[in-house]
Ligand binder design. Structure first.
Ligand code: KIV
Length: 260
């Protein structure tokens, strides 16, 4: 799939499926199950490296994992996260984004809105497709209590809408919305022609993403309400991945209970 194909999903009303992957074997399996997108997320800092946040992940680590994933994908679009402090200013962002693209990513994802305008413009001017990320931005999280629903009051909801419209006008191809009320995600999704990919943002986003270890029942401890363990009702990993794809496509995931 090409980045430009994403808009067509939204135009024909087909939900987009996305899971994170960090290694060749899982990426190959997801690709063979016909997942639409694979995100090499900087969540790898937490779920692979055992860190408390995503902020310790380096560009060279992202390049390493992106190479492993990209080599194994025939049809899925591969998106790589730009790690914390790798896109502080435009020339640095461009240099690091090129490393991820050279590693095989077809698109890079970065967190933030208006404050990232110059960086986003530079990447797009240099033909690097960009996915933005609003709502809960894990790279901004400093303590456990920062993991909370964003955009709950009028001011913060308005800021998310304004950022989303700005990012679309700059030319981003897709927008991840994390941990915001479903009603706000619906409003944002309706106002944009680019697809929104939700995680904890309700069923009206144009697609859904989950961290693979969460939906495969591997992550231990208390998980956010938006996580569904797809292995609970499926007896193998391929079946769980196929069940996730089916549930997103037929809009039975996420349920109201899995949303805010
Ligand atoms: O790093 C990641 O896994 C992400 C998803 C939570 C969207 O950014």
């Amino acid at each position: 799939m090409k980045p430009a194909d994403l808009k067509q999903f939204k135009q024909r009303g087909e939900k987009i499926t996305c899971l994170t992957a960090y290694d060749a074997s899982l990426a190959q399996l997801m690709d063979s199950c016909e997942i639409d997108l694979i995100l090499v997320g900087d969540s790898l800092g937490m779920v692979v490296q055992g860190e408390k946040s995503t902020r310790t992940v380096s560009v060279s680590e992202m390049v390493y994992h992106t190479k492993a994933v990209a080599k194994s994908c025939n049809q899925a679009l591969v998106i790589a996260d730009m790690p914390y402090q790798s896109y502080e200013e435009p020339s640095m962002a461009l240099e690091n984004a090129k490393l991820l693209i050279d590693a095989g990513a077809q698109m890079v994802k970065l967190e933030g809105g208006a404050e990232r305008q110059k960086v986003v413009e530079t990447l797009i001017e240099n033909c690097i497709p960009v996915c933005a990320h609003l709502g809960l931005q894990p790279q901004k999280v400093k303590k456990a209590s920062d993991y909370k629903v964003q955009g709950k009051n009028l001011g913060s909801a308005k800021a998310i809408i304004e950022d989303a419209l700005l990012l679309e006008s700059l030319g981003v191809e897709a927008l991840v919305l994390e941990c915001i009320p479903s009603s706000l995600a619906k409003l944002v999704s309706e106002q944009l022609s680019i697809p929104t990919i939700g995680i904890g943002a309700g069923k009206d986003c144009d697609g859904q993403v989950l961290v693979c270890y969460d939906m495969l029942g591997i992550t231990q401890g208390k998980l956010p309400r938006f996580v569904r363990d797809f292995t609970a009702a499926n007896s193998s990993i391929p079946m769980a991945i196929k069940a996730f794809i089916q549930a997103v496509k037929n809009q039975s995931f996420p349920s109201e209970k899995e949303s805010y």
